[in-house]
Design a binder for this molecule. Sequence first.
Ligand code: DP6
Length: 335
Amino acid sequence: MSVTAVSTPNIALIKYWGNRNNDLRLPMADSLSITLNQPTVQIIVDRAERFTARTFEPDGTERTLTEKERARLEKHFTLTKTYLDVLGLAKAFPGSVSLEIRSKIPRAIGIASSAAIFSCLAKAYAGLVGENRSFTMQEKSVIGRLGSGSAARSLAGGFVALHAGTGNDIDSAAAEQIADENHWNLFDVIIIPSAEEKKVGSTEGHTLAHTSPLFSKRIDTIPRRQQECIDAILKKDFEKLQHVTEEDALDMHNVMQTQTPPLKYLSNETYRMMEEVEELRDTEHLEVLYTMDAGPTVHLICTEAALPKIRAYAKEQKGCTLFEAGVGNGSHLLD
Ligand code: DP6
């Protein structure tokens, strides 16, 4: 019997950048994110003779996967088997699977589709074995992490930490929910200045993070920031959240920009919006913060009270694609 799972992207407040083990996607440092409630990815997994994967665009048309994408999905399947073997569950998992991936994430919005896809797959794979044994959130997050580091965080809803852990064991880094989706009603207003596909993706970027002279300082600073971020979330202290989140996003981009070769993801448009949002925040006393991942897209995270003004600001941006999300409840199975 097939299993269908649904998942969503997340937006990092404390960013994951750099691995201690690239193959197993074991991060160098902790990270923390908000799971978004949309856009969704739905995946149907079924037992099969050989590994196949089909993917469908938001408009329902089939898109042929690139060889690189197909290989990544298959490698994730193989790593999942390795992990299930560690758990003593390899026999309950099929020799191969067929995947049908239906993404509602428009390619142009380019927000962390790998996090949504691999968290969705993790939920579905756990569901396939689940007739025999149920999985903890931590275990499912490990399966997600094996496909995309940030995917570990989308298995749970609300506010989720990925603990880096230590060592090289496959399950040495796992996610933990800090607060659920009903804890704090925040929004992410997403402004996408460019629909251009990024030239260097996160996977390659992570492997070269250590070439930045700023990287080791970043790694030393993250435990302090992670704790501040957790405290801010638990206390719903927006100002504290804003300071630590913006500090961390800018620090990650400084690392990226000083790697060899340098990764310059932020555009002039991004910098302009950051300045304008700072001004808007000061003059209008709005609870809003900005953060950017591996691209020029600006995420404006705000409270419900600030949302109408932030939405209006986003609508003023010419030539940009807009998207809006609230806090989501993480990956789940469909009957
Ligand atoms: C900048 O999880 O996308 O978005 O494991 O190669 O898929 P892969 O990397 P990925 O890296 C995320 C980088 C980031 C920051 C974050 O989401 O924490």
